[in-house]
Design a protein around this ligand. Structure first.
Ligand code: HEC
Length: 75
């Protein structure tokens, strides 16, 4: 379940949210986007706990944060 969680979070990041609606983006596109734009600081891939920037949480950590959902992520 960990890899799908990470991919789902990355996909949600790319989807503009409309109130009350939950839409999933394209996990592949999200992963590619994250690799290009976020991997400089964040560990983007599942199973990779060490971010290049130690102050930046890994995306796996973010994905597994209790209560994390699309709205929480957008906030
Ligand atoms: C220049 C470095 C850098 C880049 C590039 C970067 N981040 Fe971050 N990000 C950080 C740092 C540092 C933190 C921790 C900030 C804090 O805890 O106050 C963080 C925190 C986060 C968090 C957790 C916020 C929370 O409240 O827990 C998320 C989600 C996140 N970043 C997503 C992204 C995404 C998505 C991208 C790419 C589109 C990205 N970041 C690019 C440095 C970066």
């Amino acid at each position: 379940m960990r890899i799908p969680n990470v991919i789902a979070v990355l996909a949600l990041i790319l989807v503009p949210s409309t109130a009350g609606a939950v839409e999933l983006g394209d996990p592949q596109q999200g992963h590619q986007y994250a690799r290009q734009n976020c991997a400089e600081c964040h560990a983007v891939d599942a199973g990779d706990p060490l971010s290049p920037n130690p102050a930046a949480p890994s995306f796996e950590y973010v994905a597994n944060t209790p209560g994390m959902n699309a709205r929480a992520l957008v906030v």
